[in-house]
Design a binder for this molecule. Structure first.
Ligand code: ADP
Ligand code: MG
Length: 226
């Protein structure tokens, strides 16, 4: 599904250039569950942003489902991303001005579902995430665990083949963190390809493969028994 070859990303701030990713080679097959770990600043979020087409490489190549993403405009990248890739972030990234159901609907707005199909889909995912009774609430009226469940509902509403999660339990207490991990496990069992950045060794151990970064390079890439 994913093939990275000699992929590098350099960030420039004024005169200073930081190499966030340094000639990464990585293949991820459909259906895998990959944990990405490593110390702060080693390039985990940069890698996830590139995988999710939120950012473009400085050099090297990225094939997503055989499609070369080099040279694509932001608009083309958005079109490729839409419906294919879901994101979950540590900070939830919900829109406070919108209700829970409207936040989830954002993920469906450019898709092919009719208005009534969208309502059905939103109802299904909110039920799955045990949020049906919160559909008309706003994010700030919910606990952190519930907000992250809304973010996951939004991420999976369009049924993306690839789900990317950047420290999804980083702002949650351990019980809510475990709920999120359980849910990610289920989504992977149902066939969603999952790439998750985590600081937690315990959570990384739930994946079937662990990629450890250091200074923008892959230090270890190993399969493991989840
Ligand atoms: P991690 O998620 O592992 O903590 P990041 O991918 O966020 O690491 O960052 C990797 C390196 O790139 C760090 O040195 C960071 O300071 C730098 N970096 C990340 N994003 C930017 C940016 N937008 N502009 C400048 N430097 C950045
Ligand atoms: Mg990060």
């Amino acid at each position: 599904m994913i093939a990275l070859r000699q992929l590098s990303k350099r960030h420039r701030t004024g005169e200073i250039e930081t190499t966030a990713l340094d000639a990464i080679n990585l293949d991820i097959e459909a259906g895998e569950y990959v944990a990405i770990t490593g110390p702060s600043g080693c390039g985990k979020s940069t890698l996830l942003g590139l995988l999710g087409l939120l950012d473009t490489p400085s050099s090297g190549s990225y094939l997503l489902e055989g499609q070369d993403i080099a040279g694509k405009s932001a608009r083309e990248l958005a079109a490729i991303r839409r419906g294919r890739i879901g994101f979950v972030f540590q900070s939830f990234n919900l829109v406070e001005e919108m209700t829970v159901e409207r936040n989830v609907q954002l993920a469906l707005r450019y898709g092919s579902l009719s208005a009534s199909q969208q309502r059905t889909r939103i109802g299904e995912v909110l039920e799955r995430l045990q949020l049906s009774h919160r559909a008309r609430h706003h994010p700030s009226q919910l606990s952190g665990g519930q907000q992250q469940r809304v973010a996951i509902a939004r991420a999976i509403a369009a049924r993306p083949a690839l789900l990317l999660a950047d420290e999804p339990t980083g702002n949650l207490d351990s019980a809510h963190g475990q709920d999120v991990m359980q849910l990610l496990r289920e989504l992977n069992d149902e066939g969603t390809t999952l790439v998750m950045v985590t600081h937690s060794a315990e959570h990384a151990a739930l994946a079937s493969r662990c990629v450890r970064l250091l200074d923008g390079r892959i230090l270890v890439d190993a399969s493991q028994e989840p």
